[in-house]
Ligand binder design. Structure first.
Ligand code: SF4
Ligand code: SF4
Length: 396
């Protein structure tokens, strides 16, 4: 009987792409499956990352991007620690997540800027091109940075219908509301694509293709509970230290999101004008708690990554460092602005530090679709799909 030969049409371009974004060790894998065995998060019904390693070696990008497993990995490094070939499967999966993010979103050049050091000055320039004209417009020309009555605390007010907004608040609204809307539209569209890819990849029968409301009510809340508790993350072995600072960072973002929404309602709608005293105003207390958690989380993650590099269980790519430094700068500039104002430092310092804060927050917003920060949304989607898929398996 003639033996049948299986020919694999490897995609060299895709392999190069995977290697270029941190998966440079992918070709070392010889499929021993140790990684899938030791991975504390891989489910029995669809173990990873061995299968994803061979798909990556062949450059089967489409298949990989339709696979939720790449998002279920928390880069704990257990597989990397035990891989006999030093193929670093945990880091390869991280590079696949970056690639998936790029594929799912429009304006791919932004992804390139976000994930290369040479793109940083361009990103700063883009943010200044948005912020400065709006600042000049709302403050009636170029602000005098050394004048306490100019940017950012000048006493210019705008009446818009029933709203009466100080220039500072109007400026922040004009910069960040359209930006937030763009980010939400881009991410909603990407999640929709991702979900449809998963349905096709897993060949989900029509009878089980539930509508948005059913998915939301049956699987969204359990997924959020899991994420808030970090119950998957805490199963990690080699780098279990990451779960706690990561959880604190998540709580910090939730608190700061609540603070931002509260400030928007109180300042814009109820005319309770900021800046508020950080010692006496409860919203400021909450903001400070969020800020402290943010610094604790990000510094903890940075320190732990250094340790893991030394132990060879985790590799920190430019994309990892960039996001951590960006979050750190958001936290530091936020606190410095507050201290400088309260302690009555020179106003020109307040202006410059506040401008740096606005730029870093702007870049952090845009990092959601264009950097590894996308995992905030995409990993949540993958966890929801995982719960949904397990439920379908039980019903079938
Ligand atoms: S990545 Fe390493 S542990 Fe996993 S299958 Fe390949 S060689 Fe084995
Ligand atoms: S890094 Fe951790 S979670 Fe990811 S595949 Fe490896 S062992 Fe599993």
């Amino acid at each position: 009987m003639a033996m049948e030969t299986l020919k694999v049409d490897a995609d060299l371009k895709a392999i190069n792409e995977i290697q270029a974004v941190g998966g440079d060790t992918v070709k070392k894998c010889y499929q021993c499956a140790t990684c899938s065995t030791v991975c504390p998060l891989a489910p029995d019904e669809a173990p990873f990352p061995r299968k994803q390693m061979i798909l990556a070696q062949w450059g089967f990008k489409e298949r990989l991007l339709s696979d939720p497993s790449i998002w279920l990995c928390h880069q704990c490094g257990d597989c990397t620690k035990y891989c006999p070939r030093n193929a670093r499967p945990g880091d390869v999966l991280a590079s696949l997540r970056l690639l998936a993010t790029k594929e799912l979103l429009p304006f791919k050049f932004m992804h390139t800027f976000y994930n290369h050091l040479w793109g940083l000055p361009i990103l700063i320039l883009i943010s200044l091109l948005f912020i400065l004209p709006i600042m000049f417009l709302t403050f009636g020309g170029v602000p005098n940075f050394s004048d306490p009555n100019s940017f950012p605390y000048g006493e210019i007010y705008y009446k818009l219908g029933f709203l009466e907004l100080p220039a500072r608040v109007l400026m922040v609204d004009l910069v960040f509301l359209p930006l937030a809307a763009v980010v939400v539209i881009f991410m909603a569209n990407a999640v929709n694509k991702m979900w449809n890819n998963y349905l096709t990849y897993y060949n989900i029968p029509q009878a089980y293709r539930y509508g948005f409301k059913t998915i939301l009510s049956n699987y969204f809340i359990p997924a959020i509970e899991e994420i808030l508790a970090h119950s998957r993350f805490e199963k990690c072995g080699a780098n279990s230290w990451r779960a706690n600072p990561h959880k604190m960072l998540l709580y910090a973002f939730i608190i700061l999101f609540i603070v931002t929404g509260t400030v928007f309602v109180l300042a814009d709608i109820f005319h309770m004008h900021t800046p508020w005293n950080p010692f006496t105003h409860p919203v400021k207390w909450l903001a400070n708690v969020g800020g402290i958690l943010l610094l604790y989380g990000v510094i903890g993650l940075m320190a732990g990554r250094n340790r893991a590099e030394l132990e060879n269980s985790l590799k920190t790519s430019y994309s990892d460092s960039f996001l951590l430094w960006l979050i750190l700068i958001v936290g530091i500039t936020g606190f410095l602005t507050e201290f400088a104002r309260v302690l009555k430092f020179y106003y020109n310092y307040v202006s410059i530090v506040y401008l740096a804060h606005l730029v870093s927050v702007f870049l952090l917003f845009l990092a959601i679709p264009y950097s590894k920060f996308s995992h905030l949304v995409f990993r949540t989607t993958a966890v929801i799909f995982d719960l949904y898929y397990k439920d379908i398996l039980k019903k079938q």
